[in-house]
Design a protein around this ligand. Structure first.
Ligand code: HEC
Length: 141
């Protein structure tokens, strides 16, 4: 009788520690997988806002302009500029070169870019049309 109780007790201990071990392991692997979004929220959202629209209070405090990125059209040039601004800083924007790994900067900027406007085909076509019209006008004159 006594030894049977011991067996039950022992199995309970083993099961409990296994469960604790598994829960701990899952928690740990989740903590290690910091996503670009988490990184953005942690390092950038204080000034740029979780939605990328910029925190007005912060801008006022810094006496800086934080542009609403949801209104920006993401072009190749702007993407390059963002890379430089984030690494080297600009005005009140802190430099992240020493604080984040290049891969982290890439991923956080990729996340930030998902909030911007993508250039559309019609915009490119419009730009071409405008050039044509101005050329024609020059001919008429
Ligand atoms: C202390 C506030 C602050 C924090 C934190 C901050 N920024 Fe900025 N950021 C600014 C300001 C201010 C500007 C505008 C700089 C200028 O143009 O003078 C800016 C500009 C930018 C721009 C250029 C946007 C544009 O207008 O085209 C990018 C990209 C950017 N930040 C990315 C980041 C990223 C990525 C992080 C986090 C890793 C971050 N910022 C954290 C204040 C901040």
């Amino acid at each position: 009788m006594k030894s049977k109780n011991w067996t039950i007790y022992l199995s309970l201990v083993i099961i409990t520690s296994l469960a604790v071990f598994l829960i701990f392991r899952t928690g740990q692997s989740q903590a290690q997988k910091v996503t670009a979004k988490d990184l953005y929220k942690k390092s950038c959202a204080a000034c740029h806002g979780e939605d990328g629209k910029g925190v007005e209070k912060m801008a006022k405090m810094l006496k800086a302009t934080i542009r609403d990125v949801t209104k920006l059209t993401m072009t190749a040039e702007l993407s390059k500029e963002w890379d430089k601004v984030t690494k080297d800083g600009k005005g009140k924007m802190p430099a992240y070169k020493a604080k984040l790994k290049p891969a982290e900067i890439d991923s956080v900027l990729a996340y930030m870019q998902t909030m911007t406007v993508k250039p559309t085909k019609s915009e490119t076509a419009e730009a071409k049309d405008t050039t044509k019209v101005s050329k024609d006008t020059t001919k008429v004159k």
